[in-house]
Design a protein around this ligand. Structure first.
Ligand SMILES: [Zn+2]
Length: 380
């Protein structure tokens, strides 16, 4: 039920009952309990049809969660409500070669600043999430070559009892689009979600699985050209070296920092010359080539793309389809394959981690896990 509310940004009782496959009586009983716990609110708002329900159920906007991201060469901390509204944000620039000790030092400093903000307002953070490129359950990370065991124990020691989930950046991005109350998401079944930003990554979205079980993969480090452009990973010819924001910034003549500042409208002020657009189309063609190759390894009927390609005109984006047509087994067939574009989300970090934290809070049933633990200890 909570997941429905998060996904729809609020819902009427009959819709909640349908999504959760419960009777309306059960829904009312559970909602009464959730209201007592101050997890949901009821707003008087008639459904847009005659004789429909008159109360819209939403998640309470008094539940605070924290989102922390390491992306775009900065460590960002945020606090907001479960609908994704941000009340507090701090961003600290970091080196692309950030080492683990330096990360721990900066993290501790940011956490202390955030703690002062929450203490001043009497805010209690119910759930936190940290998203990191290249993260998986393994003890290695190809993008940040740190000791992941040390990272996990550092975070659990530092967070002072606030439940924290760690995830891969692209999973947080997928959670953001899925759980930001946006009902216009273009894919309904299993699909490939691609994020083309500072890094380039994909995730296989399995509609029947929980989001933390999705498989992320580092599409950006697929080598497409032997001895090609140098990539930050140390290899040459990686897809990311051609299609990341940094690669694009050189083509459009705007620094990546400025692109991140301008965000989703960074192309608006630019008059793209015909040759610039042609260069961008070539990069999109490579993105299509890599995507088709990925789909040969894991066939899926639909691809959803977020990131700078969403800003280009449909005729330019056609280059992605052309690239896919050259690598996808059997070629590209619009009857078998759907490609959609959603909001680019450029420079919006740590929004995605905040939405992921809201998702984790809801997944845990909206329970205060610390209160549960205390209860268990008291009873032991
Ligand atoms: Zn690479």
């Amino acid at each position: 039920m909570l997941e429905t509310l998060l996904r729809r940004g609020g819902a009427f009782r009959p819709h909640i009952a349908r999504d959760a496959q419960l009777t309306e009586a059960s829904v009312s009983r559970i909602l009464a309990e959730l209201r007592k716990e101050e997890i949901v609110d009821e707003i008087r708002q008639p459904a847009p049809y005659a004789g429909g329900p008159t109360a819209l159920i939403t998640l309470s906007n008094n539940i605070y969660v924290a989102g922390i991201e390491l992306s775009n060469n900065r460590l960002s901390f945020s606090i907001g409500d479960v609908s994704g509204t941000i009340d507090y944000v701090e961003r600290v620039p970091v080196s692309p070669q950030l080492d683990q000790a330096e990360f721990e030092r900066i993290f501790t400093g940011c956490l202390a600043t955030m703690g002062k903000w929450t203490a001043k307002r009497g805010v209690s953070v119910r759930q936190a999430a940290f998203s990191l490129p290249g993260y998986s359950n393994a003890n290695t990370n190809p993008i940040f070559p740190w000791d992941m065991e040390r990272l996990r124990s550092f975070l659990s020691d530092t967070m002072q009892g606030v439940p924290l989930s760690i995830t891969n950046s692209v999973i947080a991005q997928a959670a953001f689009h899925r759980y930001s109350g946006n009902s216009s998401y273009p894919a309904t079944g299993d699909h490939l979600f691609l994020f083309v930003g500072h890094g380039v990554a994909g995730v296989i979205v399995n509609e029947s699985a929980t989001i933390e079980a999705f498989s992320p993969f580092e599409l950006g480090h697929m080598v497409l050209e032997r001895n090609g452009l140098a990539c930050r990973c140390g290899h040459h010819g990686c897809l990311e070296a051609y299609t990341s924001l940094r690669a694009i910034s050189k083509i459009v003549g705007v620094s990546e920092t400025e692109i991140l500042q301008r965000g989703d409208r960074f192309l608006d002020q630019l008059e793209l010359k015909a040759e610039t657009r042609e260069q961008l189309r070539e990069r999109l063609f490579l993105l299509g080539l890599g995507t088709g190759n990925a789909l040969n390894l894991h066939p899926l009927p639909s691809v959803v793309i977020s990131g700078w390609p969403s800003l280009l005109a449909p005729e330019d984006r056609q280059a992605i389809i052309e690239g896919m047509n050259e690598s996808l087994l059997g070629g590209f067939d619009a009857k078998r394959m759907q490609v959609s574009f959603i909001a680019p989300s450029i420079g919006t970090d740590p929004q995605a981690a905040l939405n992921y934290a809201a998702y984790c809070f809801v997944r845990a049933g909206g329970l205060d896990t610390r209160a549960e633990e205390r209860h268990v200890e008291e009873n032991a």
